[in-house]
Design a protein around this ligand. Structure first.
Ligand code: HQG
Length: 180
């Protein structure tokens, strides 16, 4: 892992899971003042020279769009597990979305639906390749689930925008899910 990847991991941890460890004041959309984040990072020897330009470079160089910077603030696009629910923008999804997961979870997902588990939202992928990469984090031969997002949306299930490849939802009942 190179230094920018390491930085991205630590910032994801701070913004998704533990803002209080870094004394960050987070608003309801997950935004945190960059100055606060930099102050917290500077306390660690490893990050004592990090500046805003490094954060921009981290975002630019990453193959996944995990963070966003705007008006002196930074936030994570998705992945949160903190108790305060992060408000996301409701948006009509593409007709089909995908979810890559472990073979061992498949039966439970079909029975109980896709649940957010330790995160605030269920994470869905815009395309099969992205879903495969997500699934490989859990299983070397992941199973890909196909979500009838159009039907779910028409039935009143809300979807939210993560980034251009990641969509979010509260719960996806099993009737909208089939195996690829
Ligand atoms: C599974 C990474 C049993 C679900 C990724 C998943 C993504 C169930 C696991 C983002 C279930 C949760 C999120 C049920 C869901 N029974 N298992 N009823 N419902 N599950 O890591 O979606 O690199 O919290 O299938 O790329 O894998 O960190 O979620 O396998 O975008 O930026 O419960 O995190 O992005 O696992 O990944 P996770 P995820 P980053």
């Amino acid at each position: 892992m190179n230094k920018l990847e390491e930085l991205s991991k630590e910032i994801s941890y701070a913004l998704r899971h533990a803002p209080w460890e870094y004394e960050l004041e987070m608003d309801e959309e997950g935004w945190v003042p960059i100055a606060q984040l930099l102050d917290a990072l500077h306390r660690a020897e490893k990050w004592k020279n990090i500046c805003e330009a490094d954060l921009n470079e981290m975002i630019e160089r990453s193959e996944k769009k995990r963070h966003e910077i705007k008006d002196g603030k930074i936030r994570a696009f998705y992945g949160h597990s903190i108790p305060m629910k992060i408000l996301k923008e409701v948006k009509m999804p593409p007709d089909i979305l995908y979810h890559g997961t472990a073979r061992r979870f498949e039966q439970s997902i079909m029975e109980n639906g896709l649940l957010p588990q330790s995160r605030q939202y269920v994470h869905l992928s815009q395309d099969v390749e992205t879903a495969e990469n997500v699934g490989k984090r859990h299983d070397d031969k992941p199973c890909i689930l196909v979500i009838d997002a159009k039907k779910a949306w028409d039935d009143g299930i809300r979807f939210y925008l993560g980034n251009e490849k990641v969509w979010l939802a509260d719960v996806i009942p099993g009737k909208y899910i089939k195996k690829m």
